[in-house]
Design a protein around this ligand. Sequence first.
Ligand SMILES: [Zn+2]
Length: 220
Amino acid sequence: MPTISKENYLKSIYSLNLTYGESVSTSQVAMKLEITNAATSEMARKLAKQGYLHYEKYKGVELTEKGRKIALQIIRRHRLWEVFLIKVLGLSWSEVHDEAEKLEHNTSEELINKIDKHLNYPEFDPHGHPIPNEKGEIPQMPVLVSLLEATVGKNYKIFRVADESSELIEYLTKLNLFLYQDIKIIEKLSFDNSIIVQVNGTNHSLSEKVAEKVSVSILK
Ligand SMILES: [Zn+2]
């Protein structure tokens, strides 16, 4: 069984895959995990030997079926814990990610399946990320764009918020920007790439940094 750092390594490759495709460079992994390039390559060699990924110097890393399975298991545990902490224990939207980061490494298959059943098999976590089921299958997602790519004058639904920053989530909560909230893009200011959005009739200005962390689906 992989250790915590190995699990995080495989998980980070999986999430980089979603943005950059199947093969990612070790420097991208290093940046994501905030470790040195040397440590990243070292771990890549180790995990390749154990059959979790393919690694070729200068070519990058690619998850094997075995590695992908582990990554999906960790993600499943993380996201189900987030739902559990909110729904059952009443933690706030902004608190659950850090707790789930720890719990995801120490949960048996049996326990996570029981949590899944208790929650009635949710498809999305509290930040809008899909939850793999017991077989590792991922629910269908609508097409998402970041707020930066959204079109002025159109209506959207907030579908996902990057969950790494509790400050960001607290800030969005203050503005009444929740998951599944409908919003309208009022204006984009080209000089600083900030965006004015309308929520329940009130306009809010969002900085570029905030807008790129919020993904929306178009409302037809
Ligand atoms: Zn999370």
